[in-house]
Design a protein around this ligand. Structure first.
Ligand SMILES: Nc1ncnc2c1ncn2[C@@H]1O[C@H](COP(=O)(O)OP(=O)(O)OP(=O)(O)O)[C@@H](O)[C@H]1O
Ligand SMILES: Cc1ncc(CO)c(N)n1
Length: 274
């Protein structure tokens, strides 16, 4: 694949303040040297402090965007982020059912600010119609709890949830992220055969707006390049850790991560410099 231009597409909602959603995904693809494309599902008026308003695009217009990408530039991988309604989920399922490209699902339900990004009645639908199509699904703990139907309080629970996501709900692999648990930021990958653990020390910062989007976009970019699931998750974890470590101290709320943070590896972060 060395001379081939690798491309990926994100199907998701927007963040005009640039830290999450489509904007985070495209920045991440670019940093991973993957040509980024996007299909916008919802336009969200949000920033580092929270969500102010959401407008869903008409379903036929989402389909037109999807077709505009696919009829022209076939992507090497696809990810979904904010998919708010049942209609949108059905459209994506219809479009991707016989697709052979890697498909990463970040089952975005609630923003870090606590604002809902998915209609409650859609949650079962993402589980039933999209999860079986996933190459990798990347829930945080509250999302995983909803999808599997039990609470997650320990590593054992996390492993059990990852198994359910694969064996009962049909994803090829699942990464249950430990960002919301206490202690180290430890993510568990289950690929149907074995567990792998990706763990870093928790970085003491409130600036984690868009971490989930950035992490899943980095995994998508690496799968687009032909990396294995295990390699892609490992590279995604390094990328998000550097992005959090070097967060930009922007905004008045929970600030965004730094998508070029990996280039600053080993250097003092901005907080330490000031
Ligand atoms: N404070 C932290 N220090 C180090 N790593 C973190 C921290 N917070 C989250 N992570 C890591 O960032 C990645 C994204 O996890 P997280 O649980 O934050 O996603 P999320 O809740 O889906 O994010 P989002 O706000 O975008 O929805 C995971 O690899 C997680 O372990
Ligand atoms: C559009 C969008 N997707 C995902 C998230 C979760 O971080 C967000 N805040 N906004």
């Amino acid at each position: 694949m060395s001379n081939q231009i690798v491309s990926a597409v994100t199907i998701a909602g927007t963040d005009p303040s640039g830290g999450a959603g489509i904007q985070a995904d495209l920045k991440t693809f670019q940093e991973r040297e993957v040509y980024g494309m996007s299909v916008i599902t919802s336009v969200v008026a949000q920033n580092t402090k929270g969500v102010k308003a959401v407008e869903h695009l008409p379903i036929d217009f989402i389909e037109k965007q999807f077709d505009a990408v696919w009829e022209d530039i076939t992507p090497h991988a696809v990810k979904t982020g904010m998919i708010a309604t049942i209609e949108m989920m059905e459209l994506i399922a219809k479009k991707l059912t016989n697709s052979k490209i890697p498909f990463v699902i970040d089952p975005v339900m609630i923003a870090k600010s606590g604002d809902p990004l998915m209609e409650e009645k859609s949650r079962e639908v993402i589980r039933d119609i999209l999860l079986p199509l996933a190459t990798v699904v990347t829930p945080n703990v509250p999302e995983a709890e909803f999808l599997v139907g039990f609470s997650i309080n320990s590593q054992k629970d996390t492993e059990k949830a990852a198994k359910v996501l694969v064996h009962q709900l049909g994803a090829k692999a699942a990464v249950v992220k430990g960002g919301h648990l206490d202690g180290d930021a430890k993510d568990v990958l289950y690929d149907g055969a074995q567990f792998d653990y990706f763990s870093t020390k928790r970085i003491d910062t409130p600036h984690t707006h868009g971490t989930g989007c950035t992490f899943s976009a980095a995994i998508t970019a690496e799968l687009a390049k032909g990396k294995s699931i295990n390699e892609a998750v490992g590279l995604g974890k390094e990328f998000i850790t550097d992005a959090i470590q070097h967060s930009l101290l922007l905004g008045k709320g929970n600030g965004p991560t730094n998508h070029w943070g990996y280039r600053l590896k080993g250097l003092p972060n901005r907080g330490e410099m000031e």
